[in-house]
Design a protein around this ligand. Structure first.
Ligand SMILES: NC(=O)c1ccc[n+]([C@@H]2O[C@H](COP(=O)([O-])OP(=O)(O)OC[C@H]3O[C@@H](n4cnc5c(N)ncnc54)[C@H](OP(=O)(O)O)[C@@H]3O)[C@@H](O)[C@H]2O)c1
Length: 341
């Protein structure tokens, strides 16, 4: 089947990469349209050698659309995704609006593509970027030795907060080299250049941030392990693209670094870059533009009976967002797109 596609939020940081990934993967389509806010409506977009105009996101724009790849703020998705589904589109949504809804599958194809068998609301949620790369690495290890507990610290790129956040970091770098001062931030929680921000998201009453709770709850839902113990610390670093993560994982059964390496090498969507001397490790600058999750520094955690420590890097705009969404669309095309109710 060659579906009618819509890329919603097509002008954003994720939307731009979504367009690239749809083209790179040669997703078949009968028609394609690009939607965004009033600010962008009417602007030209070139795609596969043809000129298109950005259309305004509104319910009528979804008439005849089979698959909508959506990456707008959650507030926009809450309003527009049900309307798009009501017009017959299956929405693959990147925002946090629907992820924990029990009637919305939350999918990372390497881990739980089976969840696509039931799409009651016509909406499929793409998980949080930090969660996606973590579960791709954890799931195969969990299948071997059953995970008891995970301690994760993230080193998240500026682009995880959208196109304006990248512009802010770039202008801070320019201003610093021009005048030696760093202007106050308006997009990030504080000045990101020359800094590390562990408080980029509003903490909840328990001291954990929204991003940290997303990692806990989404991981449990995707992996189907409701009691999985996860302790995250999420941090923004002055990197343009690619999130890096330190994972410390405790298992119920024995698993050696050599076994973990062998398992991960054979697992889909993973590239193992593990050199015990530390010369070949996944680095944000090298992983940018790649679709896989990179795993390295696989070593024993000697503080528990069965433990491993890992370093995991992925492009947050690709596997953390656009690529994962397009992979979901590819799964739907393989399975036959269900009709939204
Ligand atoms: N960046 C990441 O690494 C990442 C990863 C996973 C998930 N996500 C999620 O994906 C979504 C998009 O993120 P992003 O980083 O691409 O953000 P972004 O760069 O700010 O882009 C947002 C997109 O949504 C549109 N939009 C914004 N406000 C709108 C409104 N009121 N009405 C209609 N359209 C509106 C924008 O259109 P205009 O350009 O016309 O304003 C733009 O196309 C967010 O929910 C984010 O949490 C992002």
């Amino acid at each position: 089947m060659r579906p009618n596609l819509a890329i919603v939020g097509a002008t954003g940081a994720v939307g731009e990469i979504m367009r690239q990934v749809v083209a790179e993967r040669k997703i078949p389509f009968t028609s394609i349209k690009f939607l965004a806010s009033e600010k962008s409506a009417g602007k030209p977009i070139s795609f596969l050698g043809k000129e298109y105009r950005v259309e305004l996101i509104r319910p009528e724009a979804f008439i005849g659309v089979d698959i909508a790849l959506s990456s707008t703020p959650a507030s926009v998705s809450k309003e527009i995704s049900p309307m798009a589904a009501a017009k017959g589109a299956i929405v693959i949504d990147n925002s946090s609006a629907w992820r924990m809804d029990p009637d919305v599958p939350l999918v990372v194809p390497e881990v739980n593509a089976h969840a696509l068998r039931s799409i009651p609301k016509g909406i499929i949620a793409n998980p949080n970027c930090s969660t996606i790369q973590m579960v791709v690495a954890l799931q195969p290890l969990h299948a071997f030795a059953k995970i008891k507990r995970v301690v994760v610290s993230t080193y998240q790129a500026s682009s995880g907060k959208g196109a304006k956040a990248v512009q802010e970091l770039e202008s801070q770098i320019k201003e610093y080299s021009r005048s030696g001062t760093i202007p106050q931030a308006t997009v990030h929680a504080d000045r990101l250049f020359g800094n590390v921000l562990p408080h980029d998201w509003k903490p909840g009453e328990d001291g954990y941030s929204e991003e940290e709770w997303k990692m806990i709850l989404e991981t449990r839902k995707i992996m189907g392990v409701p009691d999985l113990q996860i302790c995250p610390t999420t941090v923004r670093v002055p990197v343009r693209v690619c999130h890096s993560e330190s994972l410390v994982v405790e298992f119920y059964s024995p698993i050696s670094p050599a076994q973990a390496k062998e398992i991960l090498i054979k697992s889909p969507g993973i590239i193992v870059q593990d050199d015990p001397h530390g010369k070949n490790v996944p680095l944000a600058l090298d992983c940018e533009g790649k679709d896989e999750v990179f795993v390295g520094r696989i070593r024993t955690d000697p503080t528990v009976q069965h433990g491993l420590a890992l370093w995991v890097v992925a492009d947050n705009l690709r596997k953390g967002a656009a690529t994962n969404a397009v992979q979901i669309a590819q799964e739907l095309l393989r399975m036959g797109i269900p009709k939204a109710k």
